[in-house]
Design a protein around this ligand. Structure first.
Ligand code: IPE
Ligand code: IPE
Ligand code: MG
Length: 262
């Protein structure tokens, strides 16, 4: 039995107004608005990134309380290298110092499996790569929740990398289908996203998990990421449960789908 299995299950108080049978399996967060949060307070942008850490761990707690089994957060995109070197360095360090070092034991004890999704290219410092490997190794047998950090991640890059792998394996064109591509994504066992929340009032995806969000419900909120807390996550899940997911078929309002309609 892994350590996570022994921990308390879902927190009933968190479930107020939430149907426990329709908890989203995979939730993604585009953690945006750190810079604006700091600027509004007359602080340097990096203070916003620092403040984002509290939001992140409160959301992890909230996801655990709801029993969400997969949580993926967008921490650093392949496009974020375009920022000034000082800010890039700070962003690399904030994730590496918090999730991968200071908080990893706590996450481990809560039964969280830490994973990284993204390119391991030369721009990511060796020290950060080492910490990623250590945190993933430490927590790899945990099953209560898989917490994936999209780091040096780009949705297009992920698809390009999958196609490259298929070509390298000389897979015949007629064998290339959606399943074959999925098998070559960074984490083939990661389910599609049910719900994506983006903070800070921006209505875009910014290259987050393009393949995996094909049928996600999208929720945009004006709250800046450092102000986001588990209650905001609960509100997003309530909103998600009000949506009618159709996947191209007919919705719940359209009558039964057992062929009894004429
Ligand atoms: C999100 O906050 C953090 C990352 C993109 C890494 P931002 O730094 O984008 O903050 P804003 O959007 O400039 O306010
Ligand atoms: C998206 O935020 C990336 C992350 C949250 C890591 P950005 O702030 O980089 O996105 P854009 O530039 O506003 O699209
Ligand atoms: Mg931003």
């Amino acid at each position: 039995m892994s350590e996570g299995d022994t921990l308390a299950a879902v927190d009933p108080a968190a479930l107020d107004g939430i149907d426990p049978n329709r908890i989203p399996v995979h939730v993604g967060c585009v953690m945006d608005g750190n810079g604006r949060w700091a600027t509004k307070r007359g602080l340097p942008r990096n203070e916003g990134h620092r403040a984002g850490e509290e939001a992140l761990f409160d959301v992890v707690e909230g996801a655990l309380a709801l029993g969400i089994p997969w949580l993926t957060v967008y921490a650093f995109s392949t496009e974020n290298w375009r920022r000034p070197p000082d800010e890039v360095r700070f962003l690399l360090n904030v994730i590496s110092d918090s999730v991968l070092m200071r908080r990893r034991q706590e996450l481990h004890e809560r039964g969280v499996r830490i994973r990284i999704a993204g390119r391991r290219d030369w721009r990511v410092p060796k020290r950060v790569l080492r910490r990623m490997d250590d945190a993933c190794e430490l927590t790899k047998d945990n099953r209560r929740m898989t917490f994936t950090i999209a780091f040096n991640y780009g949705g297009r890059a992920e698809i390009v990398d999958a196609v490259r792998a298929l070509v390298r394996e000389r897979v015949a064109p007629n064998k290339i289908d959606e399943r074959a591509i999925r098998r070559h994504l960074y984490w083939p066992d990661m389910p599609d996203l049910d719900l994506v929340v983006r903070t800070s009032g921006e209505y875009r995806i910014s290259n987050f998990l393009l393949w995996e969000l094909a049928y996600s419900e999208l929720i945009f909120t004006d709250t800046l990421w450092p102000d986001f807390r588990r209650d905001n996550l609960y509100a997003a899940v309530r909103e998600y449960q009000r949506r009618d997911r159709r996947f191209g078929a007919l919705g719940e309002q359209d009558g039964d789908q057992d062929g009894e309609r004429d």
